[in-house]
Design a protein around this ligand. Structure first.
Ligand code: MLC
Ligand code: AMP
Length: 505
């Protein structure tokens, strides 16, 4: 194969007039039509001087055209960098500069804000709006519907996904063609996807879950998906009767359970519900089974590794566990201080190795070395144990991270913004339980001596710098932060003190 990713996921469907994307009001895009759209976009990339190995930064709404841009990048041998649509210009600037992207694709509304940045870094801007309009598709219309696929090797880079860090600086996780392909092939088999599958796709396509798990699996099996702009309970209920499977974060399932129309009858024909990206409470798993008769299949993954473990398709799906290591994935539990492997049943840090594990962080050799061992094991930062049946239980995190509705939020990034504000001596940001999002962000602020911080001004500053989903749900002014004898803020004490703030007693 001369471009493994493109050939196996896209090229393999050449000439197929079967549905790939099912859109609103019965509109369908076939595999063939999708490939033609991708080929046209690939020509535009080349016309703009984007060469194999170059980076393209993409911040656009979910649409068939946005997905075709991913396929076009694969076909043209270009590194695809999908970015959360909620990111502010400030956040985006960092990603563009850090990646050295030569092309930015964004919504018409962001184009003006990004122009100074594009001029500074010498990147070109193309627009693509939620409805598919904009310069990119206008240029693509005039292009041929076939493009000669650029040769690539399996270990060539296919995508960067930016993931924040405990230091507050985002890192570009470099994923190779082989990383993506090996994992989606494994999952397609493990979860028994075939061309008869119709997946409810309501996840964003700028993260691992929606793009490299859900989309790549449907491409690998040749099935189709209801491609929804976002998660919406009414829409899920509307399309469920014609679907076979669904993937989501726990919030999707708790929201569905909150709707009386979501019944055993409605879901009887479904063969699979998958959950991941955040812990699915055993209680949610059990309620879901009681309501529908289906046992949600929970799996565990990361941006850097794609999927690592999964509950079995056939066999026991144990509530509150993330299942067994996937074929080809080695998983071990180690002592965080010595790196030594711990006996079965003991809690330690989870490390994984396999063809799914990324190549490292873009231009950050030190950060790469700190997390990716020379022998190929990646230190996930999650704490867990393996039970007597080999199932992995995630019991906590060795990293200061909040997961809200499946989005990762690193407190350090928010603390850096809060600490800069007038009247603020210091701050601590923690995650506390939240009924809808699982966890939510709480900001605690210690005022400088004799000062009263202006909370409205602080909220405005947060808004300018950080994506909406990272904003503290509440800011609380406190006299001081609890510290241990080493002077370190005891976030566990704070989490315990505020744990009831957003959940009914
Ligand atoms: C939206 N908001 C969020 C939020 N999503 N705030 C915190 N956390 C989130 N996850 C904001 C909105 O901007 C809005 O702001 C307000 O919160 C309420 O919005 P909503 O209408 O209730 O939210 P909604 O748009 O319905 O989105 C919620 C959601 C969405 C859960 C459907 O966040 C989502 O699709 N999450 C999936 C994330 C995901 O794909 N993660 C995979 C990462 S990959 P305002 O201003 O209007 O109040 C990974 C690896 C792996 O982790 O293992 O998979
Ligand atoms: P991300 O960096 O967005 O890829 O998020 C990866 C993190 O999400 C992991 O390190 C885990 O902490 C968490 N995660 C993913 N899936 C699960 C799961 N099923 N249960 C608990 N945590 C999960």
């Amino acid at each position: 194969m001369h471009n493994p990713l493109y050939d196996s996921l896209f090229g393999v469907h050449a000439g197929k007039s079967t549905p790939f994307l099912r859109l609103a009001e019965g509109e369908v895009i076939t595999h063939e039509a999708f490939l033609a759209m991708a080929a046209r976009i690939a020509h535009v990339l080349v016309q703009h001087g984007v060469s194999p190995g170059d980076r393209v930064a993409v911040q656009v709404a979910k649409s068939p055209q946005a997905l075709a841009l991913y396929a076009a990048c694969a076909q043209a041998g270009v590194v695809f960098i999908p970015l959360n649509t909620a990111y502010t210009v400030e956040e985006l600037s960092y990603f563009v500069e850090n990646s050295g992207a030569s092309l930015i694709v964004c919504d018409q509304r962001s184009a003006a804000d990004l122009t100074p940045l594009s001029e500074t870094v010498g990147a070109r801007i193309e627009t693509l709006n939620a409805d598919g309009s904009g310069q990119l598709m206008a240029a693509a219309q005039a292009m041929p519907s076939e493009f000669e696929t650029v040769a690539r090797r399996g270990d060539d880079l296919a995508a960067f996904l930016y993931t924040s860090g405990t230091t507050g600086r985002s890192k570009g996780a470099m994923l190779t063609q082989d990383n993506l392909l090996s994992n989606c092939k494994t999952l397609t088999q493990a979860w028994r996807f075939t061309e008869t599958d119709v997946l409810l796709h309501a996840l964003p396509i700028f993260h691992t879950h929606g793009l490299f798990v859900a989309t790549n699996i449907i491409l690998a099996c040749g099935g189709s998906m209801f491609f929804m702009p976002k998660f919406d309970v009414d829409e899920i209920i509307r399309y469920l009767p014609d679907a076979t499977s669904m993937m989501g974060v726990p919030t999707f399932y708790t929201r569905l359970l909150g709707d009386a129309r979501f019944t055993a009858d409605l879901t009887r024909h479904m063969r699979l519900f998958v959950s991941g990206s955040a812990p699915l409470l055993a209680e949610t798993h059990n309620q879901f089974e009681a309501r529908t008769g289906h046992r949600i299949l929970e799996r565990y993954g990361m941006t850097e590794t794609n999927m690592n473990t999964s509950n079995p398709y056939d066999g026991a799906r144990k509530a509150g566990t993330v299942g067994l290591p996937l074929p080809d994935v080695e998983l071990k539990i180690t002592d965080a201080s010595t790196g030594e492997m711990l006996p079965q049943g003991e809690v330690g840090q989870i490390e994984v190795r396999g063809p799914n594990v990324f190549k490292g962080y873009w231009q950050m050799p030190e950060k790469t070395a700190a997390e990716l061992r020379e022998d190929g094991f990646f230190i996930t930062g999650d704490l867990g144990l393996v039970d007597e049946d080999g199932y992995v239980h995630i019991v906590g995190r060795n990293k200061d991270l909040i997961i809200s509705g499946g989005y990762n939020i690193y407190p350090k990034e928010i603390e850096l913004v809060l600490d800069e504000q007038p009247g603020v001596l210091e701050s601590a940001v923690i995650g506390v339980p939240h009924a809808d999002f699982g966890e939510t962000v709480l900001g605690l602020i210690v005022p400088s001596k004799d000062q009263t911080p202006d909370l409205e001004q602080i909220k405005a500053a947060t808004k300018a710098s950080l994506a909406r989903f990272k904003h503290p749900r509440e800011l609380i002014v406190v006299d001081e932060l609890p510290r241990n004898t080493m002077g370190k803020v005891q976030k566990n004490v704070l989490r315990e003190a505020y744990k009831g703030l957003f959940v009914p007693a």
